[in-house]
Design a protein around this ligand. Structure first.
Ligand code: G3P
Ligand code: MG
Length: 235
């Protein structure tokens, strides 16, 4: 199965940091997943939540901070003392480390309604880096995915299902020409995998952290798994 290091090797290092992506590569990951938000001065920042409460002990929203202010926050110590001083990376910093060594799954946490221009900024970034072929853009915010598709016919899109009903989801995936249906462990069933397969879609499942879960998904015929422990594997 295709293993995607979820927020880097986030079982071993603080999520979405250069340390976690470096470790994922060392552990042999062929793909990494990361989440993006946008700072007040329009930088694409790699982090999961829209504030620094959980990883930096600060309640402040990332969209209210400049890049310099956001990078003043230590986001490693919460995980363990050895990671003290890790900073929120820009998308560019992660690509400098990872690109060419692993496929990158970029999850847009909120589209243009929260972060004006984020889709165009991401598209321009991927264009500059010539990284479209090695990048899959995913989101629970399907309007953001439609916006990326409108900007780039070659974009590879992963449709995060969330609470959307299947009827609507199949239609939207066809319209936007998604390449994968991305679902949670609980949403993964043999029927759903079969239906996706009939429509030419891959199925990627999050977040898979035990061999037992991985074995169940392999039996269902799932294509890939987002995993905090990229050393886990299934032939
Ligand atoms: O893309 C899979 C997974 O990352 C989606 O959920 O909350 O971990 O970003 P979350
Ligand atoms: Mg994510």
């Amino acid at each position: 199965m295709f293993m995607i290091a979820h927020r880097g090797a986030s079982g071993h290092a603080p999520e979405n940091t250069l340390a976690s992506f470096r470790l994922a590569l060392e552990l042999g990951a062929r793909a990494v997943e990361l989440d993006i938000h946008q700072s007040r001065d329009g930088e694409l920042l790699v982090m999961h939540d829209d504030d620094f409460r959980r990883v930096g002990g600060r309640r402040v929203k990332v969209r209210a901070l400049t890049l310099a202010q956001a990078q003043g926050i230590d986001i490693g110590s919460w995980f363990s003392k050895g990671f003290r001083g890790e900073r929120v990376p820009t998308l560019g910093e992660v690509y400098d480390l990872v690109d060419g060594r692993a496929e990158v799954h970029v999850e847009i946490k909120h589209g243009g309604s929260v972060y004006p221009g984020i889709e165009a900024r991401l598209a321009a970034f991927l264009e500059r880096r010539r990284a479209w072929p090695r990048t899959v853009v995913s989101s629970f915010d399907h309007r953001a995915l439609f916006a990326v598709r409108a900007l780039e016919p070659r974009a590879r899109l992963g449709y995060l299902l969330g609470l959307t009903t299947m009827g609507k989801a199949w239609r939207e995936m066809e319209w936007m020409r998604a390449e994968s249906l991305n679902i949670s462990l609980r949403q993964a069933s043999a029927r759903r995998v079969r239906q996706a397969r009939e429509r030419g879609l891959r199925v990627l499942v999050y977040t898979v952290n035990t061999q037992k879960e991985l074995d169940r998904l392999a039996k269902l015929g799932v294509d890939g798994a987002f995993c905090n422990y990229p050393e886990l594997n299934h032939a």
